[in-house]
Design a protein. Sequence first.
Length: 194
Amino acid sequence: MLSTGTKLGPYVIVDSIGSGGMGEVYRAKDERLGRDVAIKILSQQLTDDSDALKRFERESRTLAALSHPNVVAVFDVGREQGISYLVMELLEGESLRRRLSHSVVTIEQALEMLTTVAEALSAAHSKTIIHRDLKPENIFVTSDGRVKVVDFGLARIEENLNPDHSSMDTRTVPGTVLGTTPYMSPEQIRGESL
């Protein structure tokens, strides 16, 4: 865990936001542009794992390839002091999972959210990107009510988008199951290539 005041390039860590399967997420200040950002840091345990490092780098490329109002924006990526990091738009609000735990969502609101998520996924699919871990925790509702799809850590990118990477880096290996079981497609559960 990084302490407040730690510097990574032009970014100064302010506080911890949370953690996920790949590492920690922090609120930070971009000293160059004077804005608050979110920084996802690959956990120290995974920095020595070449597959995990490849997935982290793939998420960075995936997000950089997308430009959609309902997909979290990526601003920068880097490695400093042995720490790999991804700098993203800082979102204020809560995950859909948290929202559902304390408030009722009307059918109209649910349909609007699902339409927005479908538009974001359509934009990703147009860039040959498949999210592969879409679940309420990876749908974010901002404090002003906008919906954003986040956490493309398990996304698959077609080779033609990124020809420098082998199919092992960019595709699901048949027989390998990645994702959150209750939210997986039938193809993922069967371990089929997506």
